[in-house]
Design a protein around this ligand. Structure first.
Ligand code: ATP
Length: 229
């Protein structure tokens, strides 16, 4: 299994002195290519902090994060912004689509931001793959929650990122719609070879993941892939 992302002895603390919060403590983890990993754990266990450090949205207080062998935990903000645009895809609980743009324009946004060629046919193909054939011109307000999340997934995949990070992607959807969205993330792995990391409380996601990482109090306490925690 090829390692895409590696966290080595990563700690993230907030605050100082007696008020220090240890959100992540000396955490080692590897994420493998072409797999769906669920990151689980109780509220406050460090899941969001893990995602933010792994995705270059936040910097660890100590330790190293490597994406494809490149140390990203030492990169400056400009480099990180570029890296996030070009090599990482994001899917959020609240979809985070731009309300004034159509589905197609939302999907093309990462390419626009990266200064790359925006090919409408490619966006349409991507929207068709997520089951939104014919809805290219719809704005987010005209789409259901599940459909909006499908647009967000298409947007996350259009740059063919090294890793897609999804933060509670099914959190605001009913069970049936959530199952559809989860199926799409699974398909992104099996059909397109994507690497997907989902932070979730949803046991359905964990049940369909290739691997589950469980955090507690900022530590990795369980790894179902059998790598010693
Ligand atoms: N910006 C911040 N300032 C201070 N403390 C923070 C900050 N962000 C997170 N923390 C603390 O770090 C710890 C881990 O938080 P984190 O949000 O990573 O947990 P989580 O597992 O994602 O929780 P949840 O499931 O509730 O979203 C918590 O104790 C939290 O209060």
């Amino acid at each position: 299994m090829r390692t895409v992302l590696e966290l080595e002895r990563v700690s993230r603390t907030y605050g100082h002195g007696p008020h220090t919060v240890h959100a992540l403590r000396d955490l080692d983890a590897r994420l493998y290519a072409h797999s769906l990993t669920a990151v689980m754990g109780p509220s406050g266990s460090g899941k969001s902090t893990f995602l933010q450090c792994a995705a270059g949205l936040d910097k660890p207080t100590a330790g190293t994060v490597r994406l494809g062998g490149q140390v990203i935990s030492a990169m400056g903000e400009r480099g990180l912004t570029r890296l996030r645009r070009e090599r990482i895809g994001f899917v959020f609980q609240s979809f985070n689509l731009l309300p004034t743009l159509t589905a197609q324009e939302n999907v093309l946004l990462p390419l626009r931001l990266a200064g790359k060629r925006r090919d409408p046919a490619r966006a349409r193909r991507m929207l068709a793959r997520v089951g939104l054939d014919g809805r290219e011109g719809a704005r987010p307000g005209e789409l259901s929650g599940g459909q909006q999340q499908r647009v967000a997934i298409a947007r996350a995949l259009i740059t063919e990122p090294d890793v897609v990070f999804a933060d509670e992607p099914t959190g605001s959807l009913d069970q049936e719609t959530a199952a559809g969205v989860l199926g799409l993330l699974r398909e992104a792995v099996s059909a397109y070879g994507a690497t997907v990391v989902v932070v979730t409380h949803d046991p359905e996601v964990a049940a369909r993941a290739d691997r589950v990482l469980r955090l507690a109090a900022g530590r990795l306490v369980q790894d179902t892939a059998g790598v010693p925690a």
